[in-house]
Design a protein. Structure first.
Length: 329
């Protein structure tokens, strides 16, 4: 037997319980990981409240990213061996002592990283890379607007974009978060509660606008985001308020701009494999050299997943919340 966090009905954080579960068995192209640490994501909060479209065939239980040691490999896995220290993107079941992951979604842990730091990496690295590098094509010398600087995603996106040589403008809802964003490399950090991000973005780019926007706010920002885009710019939406919104298509046409929206968890296996391969090639070396890191706010024991959810829900965090099992040493 093994243990995992489960909930029997949607509700507040205290529905989460550590319970005994069957030990998961890896399929032919999967590995079983002895989980040392698991990242907590906004999607987990939504799923716990019953508001998340869980993809069909996703493993049971919350948890989209883990770090640990490979315990067993499936019949057709040749690239990983028991004992390897890895982190992985999983489609569910990460809040557990053991979980299974497709071999193509497993990454080596960069030298020098703790299990906790490694568990905070897969979701932010894959989301930022797939959107800003693969979709928006962000390059050195370009400008990017990153909303939600205090979040796990925002804090990583600022560092990655800065590390590749882009100029980062960012938004957050408090002075503590805008200060942290400047320390991570942003050239301009706007407190959206007191200042207008459109005029700040245009001022910071001499009126030209930005080449890419990473958006976590959704419908209410759509029109203002378009005003910030430079010619040939890309708006990549990854979350926030969804629903009908009207905007002037001419704003896109005149700028030759594009809008995309993606959810990492539901992407087909071949797309996730391509994203993970890109992250291993282009992002992990920057982590290994110490240039960038996933920012960790607080660590809780796995059994206290309810407290971890309460903290992430409070909006007080800068960076990620991570759960740790008894295997973390
Ligand atoms: N599509 C995907 O594949 C994908 C993958 C991972 C995450 N996501 C989504 O991306 C978002 C960020 O994830 P995360 O892990 O970074 O979450 P997080 O750690 O909870 O951070 C969200 C951040 O957004 C800030 N924020 C909220 N409203 C804002 C606004 N109007 N303007 C600027 N910032 C605002 C929040 O704090 P302040 O308001 O205090 O600044 C907070 O710092 C979530 O919605 C998540 O569901 C999507």
């Amino acid at each position: 037997m093994s243990s995992a966090i489960r909930f029997s009905h949607p509700g507040p954080p205290d529905v989460l319980r550590l319970v005994p579960v069957e030990r998961p068995e890896p399929g032919p192209r999967e590995v079983r990981i002895d989980v040392a640490a698991a990242g907590v994501n906004n999607a987990d909060l939504l799923e716990r409240r019953g508001h998340y479209p869980v993809p069909p065939n996703a493993p049971s239980g919350l948890g989209l990213e883990v770090a640990g040691t490979i315990g067993a490999v499936g019949r057709d896995v040749t690239e990983w061996r028991p004992g390897d220290r890895v982190c992985a993107l999983v489609a569910g079941g990460g809040y557990a002592e053991e979980t299974v992951a497709p071999a193509a979604q497993v990454m080596p842990i960069p030298a020098g990283l703790s299990m906790v730091e490694a568990a905070a990496l897969p979701e932010v690295a894959c989301t930022v890379y797939s959107n800003l590098a693969m979709i928006a094509g962000l390059k050195a010398g370009q400008a990017v607007l990153i909303h939600g600087a205090g979040g796990g995603i925002g804090s990583f996106a600022i560092q990655w974009a800065t590390a590749i040589g882009a100029r980062v403008i960012t938004t957050a809802g408090s002075e503590a978060k805008t200060r942290a964003a400047l320390e991570l490399g942003a050239v301009e950090a706007v407190n959206y509660r007191t200042d207008d991000f459109v005029s700040a973005t245009l001022a910071a780019t001499d009126g030209r606008g930005v080449d890419a926007i990473l958006d976590v706010v959704g419908t209410t920002y759509l029109r203002r985001n378009l005003e910030c885009l430079a010619h040939d710019g890309h708006l990549v939406v990854i979350g926030g308020a969804l629903g009908p919104v009207t905007f002037d298509l001419g704003e896109l046409l005149s700028r030759r701009a594009s809008i995309s929206a993606t959810l990492l968890r539901g992407r087909p296996a071949h797309q996730k494999a391509a994203i993970v391969a890109g992250v291993i090639r282009d992002v992990l070396p920057l982590v290994e050299s110490g240039e960038i890191r996933a920012v960790v706010d607080t660590v809780f024991p796995l059994a206290e997943a309810d407290r971890a959810h309460e903290l992430l829900e409070s909006g007080r965090t800068v960076g990620k919340v991570v759960l740790e099992t008894d295997h973390h040493h």
